[in-house]
Design a binder for this molecule. Sequence first.
Ligand code: F6R
Length: 610
Amino acid sequence: MCGIVGYIGQKNSLPLILEGLRRLEYRGYDSAGVALIDGGLTIRKKAGKVSDLVNLIGNEHLEAQLGIGHTRWATHGEPNDVNAHPHWDCNNEIAIIHNGIIENYTTLKKKLQQVGHTIRTVTDTEVLVHLIEEMYKRCNDLFTAVRLALLEVEGAYGILVISTREPDKIIAARKGSPIIIGRGDGENLVASDAAALIEHTRHVMYLEDGEVACLTRNSVVTKTIHDEEIIKQVDEITYDLEELEKGGYEHFMLKEIHEQPDSIQNSLRGRLLVNDGTVKLGGLEPVMEKLVNTNRILLTACGTSWHAALVGKIMIEQLAHIPVEVDYASEFRYRNPVLQPTDIVFVISQSGETADTMAALKEAKRKGATVLGIVNVVGSTIARGTEAGVYIHAGPEIGVASTKAFTSQLAVLGQIALLLGRKRGRLSQEVGKALAADLASIPDKVKKVFSHEAQIKYIVEEFKDVKNFLYLGRGSNFPTALEGALKLKEISYIHAEGYPAAEMKHGPIALIDENMPVVFIVPKDAIYEKVLSNMQEVKARKGRIIAIANEDDTEVEHIADFVIRVPRTYSYFGPIVNVIPLQLLAYYMAVARGCNVDQPRNLAKSVTVE
Ligand code: F6R
């Protein structure tokens, strides 16, 4: 949600910032802008994509060794040229870019207007730059002015601020929205995401909430907003630039779908001990005793990660026999949840920056539970905010629609379930071995699904003009159905609903006619026959059926109009394989409808506002 990047050094900052914005564009693409200081303040900004900003700049010769840039996901104010960031003060001296929401901006705006500030836009961000201007008058020092201004701000922010009066500094601050500083040689960079830094440096410092930094070419000074100096540790980014590129695929989403045999393998590597029928998760060692003895686990997350949590509940309850509750992180915080000190709360997040999930984490901590993370982005706020946890190691996920993070979250949840089942004596070593071997076989099974891609494209041609879709499944394939429906909605804009197959007759069956395609996820598990009956109910009402069924199934083809085959697994792990054709269906549907797959309208990769 909003990408921000800044550079101070000896090079021309503009190409560097534009390249950084291109890498961050998945965070927001409503508008883009840059502010440069070379003597005066130069601002260029434009509604639309980074490419629109590049066209606006055209051949204009802009050169500056200090600059900041922004790509916006609109919160306050429509996405037009005026509301695009950067925003500036009354005297054209200070520029700001911001990711987050200033909640008390109307009160601040009134006060500032009363003392003579002219506010040009309806954004919350512009108010903040005028507040900084006001403080700057009092102290004549940008670092201090930003700190003082932030003391009056309620809400969330990751900001960069520059001033023509101190053309050798970038001030950065964070509360709720990520800020990462990249340390270079004679240069320093700062961004909302390591993706914008990795080409220039691997040495990074993560700002924490309530911290402010002053970057010059050769130094970074960090303080709290209350003026206490702090020494930050320098960490290293471990992934490569190629992992951030499309690697010959037309879209990041397709690349990430195809990466899943590897990304799932990476989630299992060094952890799954097939010969012992168990799992080793070093990240959970410090809390293992609590975890094994707990009477209740809560899983909380948003969106696709929440769907993973729903599958995780079934895995943990079935294999480890611990009661599990699942909550939307956005609801958890506001429902005053009852938590015991012995409760374990897992927060699940790809980005590790989702504001609702972060808020749930804080609430669970405040109530005394042990809070653990299942996170993809190493060093992210959620990863650092939890007591312990497991990285899913899916690698950078750039496509806005989450794919490989989902399957890796499931691979990790499956391993946690297996580990707890073994440690609690619920699973014998023999059963543990069979389950571990099944998990280990999943990357190859996922690979096999890709052989049906041509068939999926063919099915898409049949259905690309429909307005609605239903996705039905039972047990752990009900969340799979939800995930399939979400993928279709978000990238192809076709209305889709996921339902437990047996619930269909309690309402949604009224929707079924010859225009309603229904995707059934119907593996040969304990409830297979029941799902076949549900399929018959749809067939009897002329609904058109696409079935995701096992390779050895000979019955489904007599009922379904189309059958996409998937290899068999234990039902607990089935969603990891069964979701693959659903991801491909959504992808090819979006492509066939001419939608922008990697940048679907109104969405952003990491939702850092509540
Ligand atoms: C859907 C999608 C979102 C995210 C949700 C949580 O494709 O990507 O629903 O799953 O915003 O994001 P994370 O997992 O980063 O906390």
